[in-house]
Design a protein around this ligand. Structure first.
Ligand SMILES: [Zn+2]
Length: 188
């Protein structure tokens, strides 16, 4: 819950720190995260560790609360057409300032292993965010990238993808999750 880092040392590779993934129902996943105010070297290191953790877990997006850090920042890398076109992006204090259209996407979440849920999201969004140095930017996103940003931004507000479905469906999904976590050896 406190994002304890575990060191993974490769063969002659630089040391990288993987952060501990938080699974539902960790409290940090259910609270509103605080804005990032310090744009220092420690922030850069945390973002790099978040990216490493996301890649190791084979995710396309990761929000800081998912690694026990209750701060408003996310990393994403949504492949557009193939592996080469992928691009890592870090969005700090992100907010959606415009959106249009709707689409339904089958989403998964690293904090809910094995679950997929069809969720209605905005099709295109414009997001305002800060980079690791604190400069503000605006970016347009559509399709998978827009879905991913909306999913990760929900995490910053303590909202999880199961909150978008009916109470009955949610109950069934959480039962399935409990089984999946037990199979993974995660205590719930
Ligand atoms: Zn998620």
């Amino acid at each position: 819950m406190d994002g304890r880092a575990s060191e993974v040392v490769g063969q002659g590779e630089p040391t990288m720190s993987l952060l501990e993934l938080q699974y539902w129902p960790a409290e940090v996943l259910r609270i509103v995260a605080s804005p990032v105010t310090e744009f220092d070297a420690a922030l850069q290191t945390t973002l790099e560790d978040m990216a490493e953790t996301m890649y190791v877990e084979r995710g396309i997006g990761l929000a800081a609360p998912q690694v026990g850090i209750s701060k408003r920042m996310i990393v994403i890398d949504t492949p557009i057409a193939d592996e080469e076109s992928s691009q890592l992006e870090a969005l700090i204090n992100p907010e959606i300032i415009e959106s249009s259209g709707e689409l339904i996407w089958e989403e998964g979440c690293l904090s809910f292993p094995g679950l997929t849920v069809d969720i209605t999201r905005k099709e295109t969004i414009r997001v305002r965010f800060q980079d690791h140095k604190g400069a503000w930017h605006e970016m347009d996103a559509a399709g998978l990238k827009a879905v991913c940003i909306q999913h990760e931004l929900d995490h910053l507000n303590g909202i999880n993808f199961i909150d978008h479905v009916s109470p009955l469906k949610r109950k069934l999904l959480l039962r399935e999750l409990k089984k999946n976590l037990t199979e993974l050896g995660v205590e719930t």
